[in-house]
Design a protein around this ligand. Structure first.
Ligand code: G6Q
Length: 545
């Protein structure tokens, strides 16, 4: 069950889209919007999500052709294979089953002839009882004191998902205080532990391989610190581990009761739903962690069962392909209008760019079309006071996702309407722009004379016609966040399928891991081997210190 290998640009629909692009390219969104006879097709309603795609440079023909493209690229076949354990990560010969770990328990998914659902549920109940025991104080530290703080030690997929969700759901916190150590920068780990009480801190080492330099170095630094403050035998009480490498975990001295396994058919950047999410469960309580999984599972079902034209991840992925491959947009911005989701853009950068930053297609040939988009963003309204200038008046076309919530979390919050009025006003302004006529009228009203009006007006004109998707969700909750993350995961998958690339490997990351260890050896032995002249002289300068 591998993915089909269809070159998208050789399809009939791609060619039709190319011709159609010439018709749409110079059209204004505001005119496309007002001429639509079926506005409801440009709004996708699902559970508590209202996704408005009407502020895009598309008409009915565009959407129909994009859907034809998905069909020609056999997206339905790919979705079936992903959810049913096909070896769709072919270069690593693996299934891709992050969707299975958020199962509602009603399905059966075979890997190597064995249904994996029972073991997934077993791991989940281990996470549940461990979480409950730590929060209730049943599990205690070396000096018999309950834990107050939890430190997640991991990097990349073993860090970005958990930290984004823990930050995103801070409102739902348990009594435990979460911390995250990721960078191999020793100052990072020392900064985090300097104020921690070793007696009441639990450390969770998260590393699928348990060989990642950053994570193992940080874990060893913390272990030395803990032993120096308490005792050798404190290690088995204060460290939990999440990994597939049970041999290395044992060598580290972790109590087998505090070991959480994971499966190699879950990729790092898609693993927050698995035991990699242990820190999430500890930080927000198991019930909330479970709701996160429920939200993702609901989105999985929507993605699997909904016809393409109403399928949120499919439609968003197709729009992104439209801008990336036809309008030649290089980047996409994600702007959540809630401070809680300030780590969402960083999380999506990994999920999207590590997955679809590929240039060899599934036939093994270099692609001659653009793949992965560059993702960036920050929270609204902060970003309005920063990079929005370029989105409004720069030379680049940057499609944006605006994510907002109808209700705030705090009952006492009296500022929500202010936040949301910015949210709505920005997408409207990006579409409508501001004409020269309106600018001139405004300047005259302000009392400027004719020559000042003439010299200033060009700078104050906004072209508009900037596309946005508006994702309006009832409230930020574990369930809605679960659905939102799963939505982006599926969007990534759809784009990878259509671009005919492998979204689930990451050879670029592996290269970094190999290179650094070679250079480290040279630095430690103070013996520089033959690099290029630039690297040689930088290393010499570093060693001369
Ligand atoms: C994610 C990547 C990568 C990985 C880290 C950490 O998909 O593979 O970001 O998660 O390199 O790897 P370990 O979990 O093995 O330490």
């Amino acid at each position: 069950m591998s993915l089909k290998k269809i070159n998208p640009i050789k399809t009939k629909s791609w060619n039709k889209l190319k011709a159609h692009f010439n018709e749409i390219e110079n059209k204004e969104i505001k005119n496309l919007l007002s001429s639509r006879s079926n506005p409801s097709s440009f709004s996708l309603e699902w559970n508590d999500f209202n996704i408005d795609i009407s502020k895009n440079r598309v008409d009915n023909t565009t959407l129909n052709l994009l859907i034809d493209l998905a069909k020609e690229c056999k997206l339905d076949d790919a979705i079936f294979k992903q959810f049913n354990g096909g070896i769709i990560n072919e270069t690593e010969k693996r299934e891709v089953l992050h969707t299975a770990i958020r199962t509602d328990g009603n399905e059966k998914i075979n890997v190597d002839g064995q249904n994996v659902i029972p073991s997934i549920l077993e791991t989940r109940s281990k996470i549940e009882s461990f979480t409950n025991d730590v929060i209730s104080g049943n599990i205690k530290g070396y000096n018999n004191k309950p834990f107050t703080d939890v430190v997640n030690i991991g990097i990349g997929g073993s860090d970005l998902g958990p930290v984004m969700v823990v930050e995103g759901l801070k409102y739902y916190s348990s009594r435990l205080k979460p911390h995250f150590v990721s960078n191999v920068d020793g100052d990072h780990v020392l900064e985090i532990i300097k104020d921690l009480n070793p007696e009441t801190t639990l450390f969770v080492i998260v590393s699928k391989t348990f060989t990642t330099q950053e994570t193992i170095s940080n874990a060893n630094t913390i272990k030395d610190w803990l032993v120096s403050k308490l005792n050798d035998s404190a290690v088995s009480k204060h460290f939990a581990a999440v990994s597939t490498n049970l041999t290395e975990i044992k060598k580290f001295g972790i109590n087998p009761k505090m070991v959480f396994s994971m499966n190699d058919w879950v990729g790092g950047r898609f693993s927050l739903w698995s035991s990699v999410g242990l820190s999430i469960s500890l930080a927000i309580g198991y019930d909330n962690f479970n709701k996160l999984l429920t939200g993702a599972n609901k989105m999985d079902k929507h993605f699997q069962k909904t016809e393409f034209k109403n399928n949120i991840p499919v439609v968003l992925a197709l729009l992104s392909i439209w801008y990336n491959n036809f309008f030649k947009c290089e980047t996409e911005a994600v702007i959540p209008y809630t401070q809680y989701l300030n780590r969402l853009p960083a999380y999506l950068q990994q999920a999207i760019m590590e997955s679809n930053g590929k240039s060899i297609d599934r036939n093994g040939n270099p692609v001659d079309y653009q793949t992965g988009n560059i993702i960036w963003g920050d929270t609204g309204t902060n970003s309005q006071h920063a990079f929005f200038q370029l989105i409004h008046q720069g030379t680049k076309l940057i499609p944006c996702d605006f994510i907002g919530f109808k209700k705030p979390l705090f009952k006492e919050n009296t500022q929500h309407d202010k936040l949301m009025s910015n949210f709505f006003a920005q997408t409207e302004a990006l579409m409508m722009g501001k004409s020269e006529k309106a600018v001139v009228e405004e300047l005259i009203k302000m009392g400027l004379d004719e020559s000042d009006v003439n010299s200033l007006k060009a700078y104050k004109v906004f072209e508009g016609n900037r596309p946005t998707n508006t994702l309006l969700i009832d409230q930020l909750s574990p369930e809605s966040l679960g659905s939102l993350i799963a939505m982006y995961e599926h969007k990534i998958f759809v784009q990878g399928v259509i671009w005919n690339i492998y979204s689930y490997d990451q050879w670029g990351v592996e290269l970094g891991k190999q290179l650094a260890s070679k250079v480290l050896q040279e630095i430690e032995n103070k013996k520089i081997s033959n690099h290029d002249s630039s690297t040689n002289s930088l290393l010499k300068s570093y060693l001369s210190n």
